[in-house]
Design a protein around this ligand. Structure first.
Ligand SMILES: [Zn+2]
Length: 343
């Protein structure tokens, strides 16, 4: 018997094999058992171990589909290195179609967690103690929250050189420099010296085909950059992402109903009207103008807004035209009218 390359929770993984294991989590209160499915593909030869996660926020489901399509790719057992994927990290939130766990905790503020803490903390501890010791690189898949749509984008700390290399390899239209959030998986993994990308694309509880295809292509592209697979075999598409180190949220200056005049992916110039906010009980209208020039990388889809609500996320770039062209290239390359079905 050959020596196992990876051992997780008394499960051995051997070169050239793929297996799914189910780690035990705390039961529901009616004692329904809950498990965390972990997919492990052990490549034929030695190499990096890429960890891909989705649905740390339980209603952010685009990443679940990205991982499902990724694992369907043939020949991954022949790769160099290993792929560990957890498509539904926050199993409890996913069951309830909610971002948080039952106790309203945000799992992505609970890392590294504790075996004697809250249910979110127990889940975070299982990831940190059983999985993270095996990984060399990580990608965490998210979507916008609370009716907000995000243009496909990588968020990472670009001050770490290896993060920047991976971010460029991912081929998303936009890379946004972003610092850590306390207690996030990203903070914990990066502090361990492991390169980490956060992919934000689409909207909670919705599938967005462009976000899904950009995500699958991005992960395969990172794997080819790491020398795990050949880009040619998996038809990896190459684009030139544009980096932004500065972004601004445009918030509602008053409450009302909103009619957006711009959406994610579009260019906006400082002083240009970006939306009309109206009083729903009379004809009063307010023109909301953009305080900055840039590309809209996130926008609110709910037309009912309270004063102070985040409406548009605008990233600043040196040249706006380049970003617009790249977005067109990406949309053309993925030809969303073709018949590659979601299921
Ligand atoms: Zn999220």
């Amino acid at each position: 018997m050959p020596k196992p390359r990876i051992e997780i929770d008394n499960n051995n993984f051997y070169p050239g094999t793929a297996k799914t294991i189910h780690l035990s989590l705390p039961d529901l209160y009616n004692l329904t058992p809950i498990h965390l499915p972990v997919h492990v593909i052990c490549g034929k030869t030695q190499g990096p171990t890429l960890f891909v996660t989705a649905a740390i926020h339980g209603d952010e489901i685009n990443g679940i589909e990205i991982i499902r399509r990724l694992l369907k790719k043939s020949g991954l057992r022949k790769m160099a290195g290993n792929l560990i994927a957890i498509p539904i990290v926050n199993v409890y939130g996913f069951l309830n179609q909610k971002r948080h766990l039952m106790d309203k905790r945000d799992l992505n503020r609970c890392f590294p967690g504790s075996p004697t803490g809250s249910i979110a903390s127990i889940l975070a501890d299982i990831i940190c103690t059983k999985i993270l010791p095996h990984i060399t690189h990580a990608i965490d898949l998210h979507t916008g929250s609370h009716h907000r749509f995000n243009l496909p984008q990588i968020r990472t700390n670009l001050d770490i050189e290896e993060n920047q290399t991976l971010a460029l390899a991912f081929n998303s239209p936009v890379i946004l420099h972003s610092k850590y959030r306390d207690g996030s998986l990203r903070e914990y993994v990066n502090e361990k010296g492991i390169p980490f990308l956060l992919y934000e694309a689409g909207e909670a509880l919705r599938f967005d085909e462009l976000s899904i295809r950009t995500g699958v292509n991005g992960i395969l592209s990172v794997m080819s950059t790491l020398g795990m697979i050949s880009a040619g075999k998996y038809h990896v598409k190459k684009f030139t992402p544009t980096i932004s180190r500065e972004s601004t949220w445009v918030r509602a200056p008053l409450s009302g109903i909103i009619r957006p005049l711009k959406k994610s992916g579009q260019k906006i110039i400082k002083g240009q009207t970006i939306a009309i906010i109206a009083n729903p009980t009379c004809n009063k209208e307010y023109k909301l103008v953009s305080p900055v020039s840039g590309i809209i990388i996130g926008d609110n889809k709910l037309p009912l807004v309270h004063e102070g609500e985040a409406l548009f996320h605008i990233a600043s770039f040196e040249t706006l035209t380049v970003v617009s062209e790249q977005l067109d290239n990406i949309q053309d390359a993925f030809d969303l009218s073709d018949d590659e079905s979601i299921f």
